[in-house]
Write a protein of this length. Sequence first.
Length: 308
Amino acid sequence: MFPDHLTFEAFCQQFNSEQACAEALFEARWPDGFRCPTCRHPHFYLIQTRRLPLYECRSCRHQTSVIAGTIMEGSSTLLTRWFQAMFLISRPSGISASRLSQVIQVTYKTAWLIARKIRHALQQADEGDPLTGVVRVDPISYGYTYYSEAKQPLLIGGSLDERDEPQQVKIKQPDPSHVNNALRWIEKPGVQAFVDNHIDKKAVTVLGRGKLHPAFNPIKWTVTAWLNNTFQGIGAKHLQAYLDEFCFRLNLKLRHAPVFSQLLHWCAVTPTLTYKDLTRSKPVLTVPWVVWGSKAKWKGKYLTLWNA
């Protein structure tokens, strides 16, 4: 239904009306048929007196729109523009908010909010998809010297197949409290938090010794180039959302799965966030230049790590 090889112009022709977008969103939100959000009844009356159709449950009379309960709820932006933004973000290169505002012809603030809400949906997808099998975890850092604000220590983990190639990847920021600024490394609780939060309990986890795993090196440089070239660098506050976007596309590519249809699905089943929620402050590292230190020896089962 949504071939990834479509050009942007062909995509705009296919979804050139609110009705076409609403029908696709309906299918993404209710792939097994309509279910009332209140009582789960499968039948509805269609009300078409508004810009977007309303669905009135035949059992409890609850009315819902196609965007209620999605990241688009409460938005006055046309669905055609939302769909265009989803398509552009699903492309391998992604798109910056400034460029997105030009392409879909909305203000920068609207483009930023749309993109941020889409990334929020992709983060929900990431949370429900832990690493499995044999998992390798290594330290890396993001940022070039001329992007000092974005210099961040990170953990990269990947499910490896029998050929030692990644089948699924996650890249995560540690909590600032897990970073030792004086000794310049991520402490033991930071790695344990990654294992606990992002790896399946039945997985076999290997913590890296020394050099970065060869399978991770091209991923590290690809994500760095993407962040710097597309967005001119990303600061600590929003970095995780961009890392999750990158990994969302990468993991679907590794699985040979279509990106846009999966992105649309998660946008359709993820409740919206307000602008206030999206822009609220959160703790960041007090020293932006923290990187992995040399020969950081950990006790017990944790392994010696050094610069990756």
